[in-house]
Design a protein around this ligand. Structure first.
Ligand SMILES: [Zn+2]
Length: 410
């Protein structure tokens, strides 16, 4: 087979939000070669064999990143039960495909999938990496690791004792996981008390050491303050949710230099009478205000925040990242920091070359009509989405995929 020529894309006459600072960088041309950004040019460039997009002064920012999703779930009221429904395999596969396309339409070009019942999302992500399927870049956790009777115990890998915790990590690594998910406290969407810690420090330390040995980060689901403290001491890389964190614990997240992924929109649409399990409804409604207040306190303290939505869970479909960012802004975050949470900070949880516009970095980009630092709402409808250096045709997406969204979720 002849060697494939490299793909070349040239964006002309735009304004980039460049580097980790998202500084304004007007350019005549920004060249993209395959999956890497080349450099800016302030003069004419060689356009031969290139796809040229004239931006007419539009803004370019890094592709958005949702740092907490469940890609094989379709946001149905009792979403998790799909994981154990023996007839749901095909639907879960199609949901991954569908969610991938909807994500791209929403400007989401990468995500962390933080737990499923089997390696299905890992396999989907590998196919996207190989170019066999169209979708965002995904690092997937495989099975979440939890305690006997703990959060997601009926779906995940239960582990008891440090040796078994190591073994549980090795199993996920063997199945292709690129991030490890541990449950450091009870949860809201499955039986149990989100206010209780789960693993011991010894168990969690063993799991983290094992994951880090393989170069994988560890994401800890943790609502309870005690669970967060154990997770931090064990060395996890991100705290997910922190719904019941106290002020001291939020300070600790900052002192440890860890990243918080709030997923505070996840509870927005929870309501009685739509088929969500009763225990989930009652725990969600009780937790919602505390959760929102804690997110505000984390923002006020300057805790490093990466945006994530927990998309796929009940009535929380993929693509809602902008709503999450807007909730941060309503709780005191600047729009620049909100964009940073969805690019620079979330990117660093996936790979070092992701989340900023700089020469040599990955070629995931979003083009919007004006300056999103002035108006985040511009992110609602990107003019162009570039994923791995490929232009994703927005008109095709609008005419086909997004019209189907309601049908799939319903
Ligand atoms: Zn989750």
């Amino acid at each position: 087979m002849p060697k494939q020529a490299s793909r070349k894309l040239i964006l002309k006459d735009g304004i980039a939000l460049a580097g980790a600072e998202l500084r304004e960088r007007p350019f005549k041309a920004l060249t993209v070669l395959d999956d890497r950004l080349s450099d800016f040019s302030d003069g004419p460039v060689d356009e031969s064999d290139a796809l040229v997009l004239n931006l007419n002064g539009a803004f370019v920012l890094p592709g958005l990143i949702d740092a907490h999703v469940h890609f094989d779930l379709a946001a149905e009221p009792a979403a998790y039960t799909r994981w154990t429904d023996p007839r749901a395999g095909l639907q879960r596969s199609l949901t991954c495909l569908h969610n991938g396309l909807v994500a791209l339409r929403s400007g989401i070009t990468a995500a962390r999938d933080l737990g499923s019942v089997d390696p299905l999302v890992i396999d989907y992500a590998a196919r996207v990496d190989r170019g066999v399927l169209t979708g965002p870049r995904i690092v997937a956790a495989g099975k979440p690791i939890t305690i006997t009777g703990g959060h997601c115990a009926q779906y995940g890998r239960t582990a008891c004792g440090p040796i078994d915790a190591r073994e549980a990590v090795r199993e996920q690594v063997a199945s292709g996981a690129r991030v490890i998910k541990v449950m450091a406290s009870g949860g809201i969407s499955t039986p149990g008390d989100p206010g209780s810690p789960q693993f011991t420090l010894e168990e969690l330390t063993a799991a983290v050491q094992e994951a880090h040995k393989f170069g994988l980060q560890v994401a800890a689901h943790a609502h309870a303050a005690a669970g967060i403290r154990i997770a931090l001491e064990a060395g996890v890389d991100t705290i997910e949710h922190a719904g019941f964190a106290d002020e001291e614990t939020l300070d600790l997240i900052k002192q440890y230099g860890r990243t918080l992924v709030p997923t505070v929109t996840a509870l927005n649409n929870i309501a009685d009478g739509v088929g969500i399990p009763a225990a989930t409804v009652s725990k969600s409604l009780q937790a919602r205000e505390t959760y929102r207040a804690n997110t505000a306190k984390a923002i006020e303290r300057g805790v490093r925040i990466a945006s994530g939505t927990d998309a796929g869970t009940a009535l929380n479909p993929i693509g809602g990242l902008l709503d999450e960012l807007q909730m941060y802004c309503e709780r005191g975050m600047s729009t620049v920091d909100a964009i940073r949470s969805a690019t620079v900070h979330a990117g660093s949880l996936i790979e070092p070359d992701l989340g900023t516009i700089e020469a040599g970095k990955r070629a995931d980009l979003v083009v919007v009509a004006g300056d999103p630092r002035q108006d985040l709402e511009l992110l609602r409808k990107p003019l162009e989405v570039i994923a791995r250096g490929r232009r994703i045709s927005q008109s095709w997406m609008d005419e086909t995929i997004c019209e189907l969204a309601e049908a799939v979720v319903g």
